[in-house]
Each structure stands twice: as C-alpha cells, then as structure tokens.
Design a protein around this ligand. Structure first.
Ligand code: KIV
Ligand code: ZN
Length: 502
C-alpha cells in the first residue's frame, strides 16, 4: 500500500479565505494541532506577504517539531531569501516556489514569454536549493497550461533540484477524468519524474477538489495539498478530513493511505472553526454536525441491529465520541488535570490554576460538565493576550414590556468604569454599554452564537468579529448565561484589538 503525504495549507491558502486571518498565537495553536493530527508538511505561511506571516512561520519553525515546515515564495530572489529566514530554525524545512505556466497568466498578468517563465522558475529553484535540501515547485494554473510546455517546466525544475512538483488546479476548473489524465501524462512524459514526488493542489470552485485529488492519487500522485474544513481562497481547497477518510475507507480502490491520526480530525476541525470563525455547514462530510446523525426510522432500525447497515465510518474513528459526562461539582483538581491530559492538553501550572478556577465557577452553574465544556474553558484560556479590559459585573433587565437595559462594570487598567445603556435587546444593550466604557470606535462585523452540548444549562459560545482601522479580530466567550458569553466575547475581541495596536 502506498503512503500519500499530507501537505496542510490551512495556515497559508486556508488563511486566504475571506475573514480567516489569524494572529501568531492562533497560527501556533493550529500548527501544534496539525502536528498532533500527523500531517507530513505544514505550509505555515507566505513569509514575504506580511510581518505577521513571517513571525508566525518563525514561531512555528522553532516550536513545532515533527512535520516539515514550509514557506511559500514567488519565483523571486527576495521572496526566497525571506522565506528561508522564516523557516531556517525548523528541524525539517521546505521552500515552496511557484510561478504561473498558463498562457493566460503569462500574457495578461506577468507579460512575459514562456521561455522567460521557464528560465525564472529554473533559476529560482536553483537558488532555493542552495539554501535547503527540500524544494517544492508549483506551476500555477497548471490545469489551464499547455501540457507540453508544462512538462518542459517540470523537467527543468526537477533538473534544478525540486524534489516535489505540485500541480495546482488554481481556479478549480478541472474535472476528475481530465485531472487524472493530466497527472498520468506528467508521469509518462516528464523524463526525470522518478526523481520527484507529484503533488496536487485542487481548488473547489466546481465542488470537485476532493474528487480531483483522489483521481490524481489513482494516477500516481504521492502528495495531496489540503486544508482543515476545506477552507481556502474563494470556494476553498481540498478538504483534509474528506480526502483522508476517503483513502482510509476505500483501501480496496486506492491501495493507499496517509499517516494521519484520524482521531484528531474532529478536534482539528473545531479548533479551526473557533479560530477563523468560519463554521462548517451541518451536512458537510465527515465533520458536519449531521455527518453521523441518522434521522430516518428505517436507518435507525438498521443501525440498532447492525452498525454497518448504514454507517461506513465509525464516529470514534474521527474522534467523535458520544458526549461524555466527565466531571461535576465535586471533581477535584487532580481529576480535572487528568481529564485535560486525556483530551491532549498539557497546561502549565499557572494555566491549570486559572482553568481550574473557571471550571469550579462553571460547576456551580452547571450540574454536568462534558468534554466539550472543558475544551471551551481551555480554548478561552489558550488565547494568551494581555487583558486591557475585563468584565467585573453585568446586570441585565429585559422582558416583553421592558426596554432592555444593561449596567456594566468594566475594568480598564486600574480604573473601574460603570455604564448603563438601553438597546434593541439585552445583547445590544450590553454591547452599547461595553462600547461606551471601552470608548471603542470598532465596528461589529459578525456575531455568532451556538450552544456547546445540549440542555438548557448548556454552555453558550459566542464568536464576535470586530474591525477597526482595517484590522479584523475575533473574540470568543463561553458561559451558561448567553448574555455574559456575548459580553465576554466582545471584551475578548476588544482586548485583541488593543494587543494588535500595541
Ligand atoms: O492555487 C494555487 O495555485 C496556489 C499555489 C501558490 C500553489 O495556491
Ligand atoms: Zn491555492
């Protein structure tokens, strides 16, 4: 059975999803989770594109050990040097160089000839190869390129030292039979192809990114580029969880598998949703809320008799467990710490202390505490930002015949600011009071609320997106009281804005 490499580009192409930008801490959290998931390569960013990207790649290079850490670079000297600076501390590193090969791009965007593009690509791969052993090259818009010319470029970059050649369907234009044939043609026509691994990078504009990637595997591709939850430019990229589970479920067809620890899939998906604020549609394959929900009576009857009647993947395989009662009011610090360890969280003593205090407060409000509740407590904790503002008190008056009113006490530095405001609803009133106390000029772009676990005493989780002076941040808050969760999320986002400004 062949092993297919998983090249995760959630932090680079995934971050190109509108509104998905992540800060350095957030990227580091995702990278650590990707390492737990067992991806082979993490494309940590595009070093020259911003200082933030550069810093994130550097931080990931020095803190995340197992996977190869990669930075993207255009076929330009400055890009490549900057990318190398960012990854140089990684124990295993890769430079990913790209240049377009389609006539459409060469004529209208770059205004250069095919010969010039080939020369630049070859020279820049040579330069990259003088810096690192592991170089990948992508002929951008490969699927709309002339196949003979594409093969010529691939041969030239392999000669120059590229050990992976990635075939991007940049605009998501190809369909499976055509894409499979292209991979086969590259195999047959590029003389030195045995010296490199063929990778594929499919976009989802026609909803075919996973199908195209799988067909490429059937035709000899050895690496798949993908993202958690399929996020990415426009309609997104090939979804990691779907492609990995297709390979795992259908060994009979593909005779190939990956090294992914599928039990980490669900947690990776939730983390990326939480950090980017991009929710997964309920009917999304593998990680959607309904992916394992059987509604039809006939299906339920079959399942009760024998799971395989209607279930092709066991939910546990992707780390989806029946919501499990873990802890309660009387659980001690040791039980809490042990459960966190089992869930894969290794907190410092200081973090544990704060998380345990939160847990105790929650246990006073909520009888049964589930894994998801614990994870919400921790993820709140995981955003380690200096808090410019903190919530001291919140009082809400609201009802059918009452103007919703919020009284807030907000700590700003050493000062306690008190405000009372009315609003269209209790959240609106609370937000007006907080905005006035924090004296913010930010705009609220998005407000999302969902419940973690079931029941009326469930923890409610709120994600808020704020914008100020072109900076966009997301804040999270979780509480059994949805208005308090909303206030926490808003304050968390305001703190992030202050941290960004600093
Ligand atoms: O879609 C694309 O072509 C890319 C390349 C930079 C690989 O993302
Ligand atoms: Zn892409």
């Amino acid at each position: 059975m062949r092993t297919i490499r998983i090249f995760d580009t959630t932090l680079r192409d995934g971050e190109q999803s509108p509104g998905a930008s992540m800060n350095v801490d957030e990227k580091l959290q995702v990278a650590k989770q990707l390492a737990r998931l067992g991806v082979d390569i993490i494309e940590a960013g595009f070093a020259i594109s911003s200082q933030g990207d550069f810093d994130a790649i550097r931080a990931i290079s020095s803190e995340v050990e197992c996977p190869v850490i990669c930075s993207l670079a255009r076929a330009k000297e400055d890009d490549i040097k900057r990318a190398y600076e960012a990854i140089k501390d990684a124990p295993r590193k890769r430079l990913h160089i790209f240049h377009s090969t389609s006539d459409i791009h060469l004529k209208y965007q770059f205004r250069i000839s095919r010969e010039e593009a080939l020369k630049r690509s070859q020279e820049m791969v040579k330069l990259a190869r003088s810096l690192v052993e592991d170089v990948e090259f992508s002929p951008m818009d490969a699927t709309r390129s002339d196949v003979s010319y594409l093969c010529e470029v691939i041969e030239a970059v392999i000669d120059a030292g590229a050990s992976t050649v990635n075939i991007p369907d940049t605009v998501g234009y190809s369909i499976p039979t055509e894409f499979g044939a292209l991979i086969k043609a590259i195999h047959e026509r590029v003389k030195n192809i045995s010296k490199a691994i063929i990778s594929v990078h499919c976009h989802n504009d026609l909803g075919l990114a996973v199908a195209n990637s799988l067909t490429a595997v059937l035709n000899g591709a050895g690496q798949i580029e993908c993202t958690i939850n399929g996020i990415g430019e426009r309609a997104g990229n090939c979804s990691l969880e779907e492609v990995v589970m297709a390979l795992r479920t259908r060994h009979d067809i593909f005779d190939a598998d990956t090294k992914i620890n599928t039990k980490e899939i669900m947690r990776s998906s939730r983390l990326v949703t939480k950090i980017t604020g991009i929710s997964v549609q309920p009917n999304k394959a593998i990680v959607g809320a309904n992916a394992f929900a059987h509604e039809s009576g006939i299906h339920q009857d079959g399942l009760l008799k024998e799971k395989s009647t209607y279930e092709i993947i066991r939910p546990e395989t992707i780390g989806l467990h029946k919501t499990k009662l873990v802890l309660g009011k009387h659980s001690g610090r040791h039980a809490f710490k042990t459960r966190l360890k089992e869930l894969g969280y290794d907190l410092t003593e200081e973090e544990l202390k704060i998380a345990f205090e939160r847990f105790k407060r929650l246990a006073d409000q909520k009888k049964d505490i589930f894994d998801e509740d614990v994870e919400a407590l921790i993820s709140e904790e995981a955003v380690k930002i200096q808090e410019a503002y903190s919530l001291v008190d919140l009082n809400i008056m609201s009802g059918i015949n009452q103007v919703p009113t919020a009284m807030i006490k907000l700590k700003a530095g050493e000062e306690i600011r008190e405000r009372t405001e009315h609003g269209d609803g209790p959240v609106d009133a609370a937000y007006k009071a907080i905005a006035s106390a924090a004296n913010t000029k930010s705009n609220l772009l998005k407000f999302e609320v969902k419940s973690i676990t079931g029941g009326t005493d469930a923890l409610g989780e709120v994600i808020v997106t704020l914008e100020e002076d072109g900076r966009t941040v997301r804040g999270h808050g979780a509480d059994t009281d949805i208005i308090v969760a909303s206030a926490k999320a808003y304050i968390n986002a305001l703190n992030k804005l202050v941290a960004r400004k600093r």
